[in-house]
Design a protein around this ligand. Structure first.
Ligand code: SF4
Length: 498
């Protein structure tokens, strides 16, 4: 096989990203493996719209693709730094990280696409620091850069606003604060460059800035250049990150210490060589955390595995693609669900996704389906998103449907043309990002399922696979929404409708 190396030889985040990368890669017909070190530009292949045959290298430094020894990006707290051009965002990130991880220049607009740096901030743990382009950028390209910076809001868990203190506060700061408040995101304000101001001026500006916010928003004078105030800034970030930090469990609340859980992990052509996929690894880790045992097998071994156990397993969790076989092989009294359904709850809103399954019943020939995957991956000729799900949907509908497929970080601007969105398990997204996507889809009035929920429905086993999740089960058996009072009798759908 001929191998071609494209050595971009530019600092990460500076040039080989966005349109230049697409321009260079578009003519290539062969698969493209992207090997790079350090910072991840927003247009890295795993996230966005490089050709579908461009695979992320999954090296340990990519973060986005989760190296074997790294906490996956989707599990990290995302701290995004916003501010106008030349407010010192990159310098602040370097000062917080205590290393030169971002390009610093006095030329405004050096950071073009958002760039990502994975690191540990104790005691928060693994985080991603996101450096964004200036919010006051101008022109057509500048406007596009601002749009990409604002897209970062959907994955932001905590925002750091870098203020160019000598320049003062203006409409870019007002705009981002208002967007952060709409989303109720925790905020820390860094009054940067205070080393060039007198202490009296700094005190006056700090009081004026603090008066804009409730007392819960820390306003910290700092200088990335002299490092003054950086420790206070880190402390403020740690405090702002800690109180509301969601720690949802993947499976821990469904098992007890000593339970055995059988995991069915098919090793077929779509399985990566020599390793398990991220959802399987994360479930095993969560079972270990809760002192439960994982017995990992392929579907053919399920009868023997069940027979080998002195007591029945607490549950069987399968790859959704093997639902049909595993459902047949698993006795009715044993709970059965899938990795994708666990992720529907962990990363998103299982009730919303379960409610979306009802829309499959209403699909008609010719309807338009959006199949959305959050990252690109190697496709086989019986790919789950391209082949299997469309085939199962068309069997259900009894005719052809039309499809749009998207891979990466963005959904189509107009979602209203779709009758259904089928989303992947979102293992690479953080929870906030997946919730933002679900919100966008449902706000457009479009129902949404994820792969696990959709496949379970199409195989007629959704109630069985949702049995560990009573709220979601109630949703599919009634017209009620999650969290509402129990359904009234007239709201209840006929048994067997699902
Ligand atoms: S489930 Fe989605 S996010 Fe996870 S690897 Fe597959 S396409 Fe990527």
């Amino acid at each position: 096989m001929d191998v071609q190396f494209l050595d971009s030889a530019v600092p990460s985040g500076a040039a080989f990203s966005g349109e230049p990368a697409r321009h260079l890669l578009r003519p290539l017909k062969n698969p493209v493996f992207w090997l790079r070190n350090g910072w991840i530009p927003m247009y890295k292949p795993a996230d966005h719209d490089l050709p579908n045959n461009a695979h992320p290298s999954h090296s340990a430094t990519t973060g986005g693709a989760a190296g074997l020894n790294e906490t996956p990006r989707g599990e990290r707290l995302h701290i995004a730094v916003f501010g106008r051009r030349n407010a010192g965002k990159s310098s602040l990130i370097n000062a917080i990280a205590n290393q030169e991880v971002s390009i610093v220049s006095s030329t405004p607009g050096t950071t073009t696409d958002p760039v990502y740096k994975t690191m540990e901030i104790l005691p928060i743990g693994p985080v991603v620091l996101v450096d964004t382009a200036g919010l006051d950028d101008e022109g057509i390209l500048g406007g596009e850069r601002v749009r990409r910076s604002l897209d970062v809001l959907d994955k932001t868990d905590l925002a750091l606003l870098a203020v160019d203190t000598p320049e003062g506060w203006g409409s870019p700061e007002d705009k981002i604060v208002s967007l952060l408040q709409e989303r109720r995101l925790p905020l820390v304000v860094a009054l940067n460059k205070v080393d060039v101001l007198s202490p009296d001026t700094v005190a006056r500006i700090r009081t004026a800035a603090a008066n804009r916010f409730p007392p819960t928003v820390p306003v910290i004078p700092a200088s990335a250049r002299t490092k003054a105030g950086i420790e206070a800034l880190k402390s403020a970030i740690i405090e702002a990150a800690s109180p509301d930090r969601e720690e949802p469990t993947l499976i821990g609340d469904l098992v007890q210490a000593g339970d055995t859980v059988i995991l069915v992990a098919p090793i077929d052509r779509s399985a990566p060589k020599s390793r398990l996929i991220l959802p399987q690894v994360q479930v095993i880790r969560d079972l270990l955390d809760h002192h439960a045992q994982a017995l990992t097998i392929q579907s053919e071994e399920l009868p023997a595995a069940l027979a080998s156990l002195r007591n029945p397993p607490r549950m069987v969790i399968t790859d959704s693609q093997a639902f049909k076989t595993v459902n047949t092989l698993t006795p009715a009294e044993i709970t059965l669900t899938s990795f994708s359904i666990l992720f529907a709850r962990y990363k998103g809103d299982l009730c919303e996704l379960a409610a979306g399954a009802k829309a499959i019943e209403r699909l008609r020939r010719g309807d338009h389906i959006l199949i959305a995957e959050a990252c690109t991956h190697h496709r086989t000729d019986d790919d789950i998103g391209k082949v299997k799900i469309p085939s199962w949907l068309e069997q259900k509908v009894g005719g052809k449907l039309s499809y749009t497929w998207v891979s990466g970080g963005t959904l189509p601007a107009d979602l209203s043309e779709f009758q259904l969105v089928v989303h992947c398990g979102a293992c690479m997204l953080n929870r906030r990002q997946m919730l933002a996507r679900l919100h966008r889809i449902t706000s457009a009035g479009v129902p949404v399922v994820n792969y696990g929920v959709g496949i379970a429905y199409l195989h007629g086993i959704l109630p069985r696979t949702l049995s560990p999740f009573p709220d979601a089960l109630r949703v599919i058996r009634s017209r009620q929404q999650c969290g509402l009072q129990p359904a009234q009798p007239e709201d209840t759908l006929a048994p067997g409708q699902f």
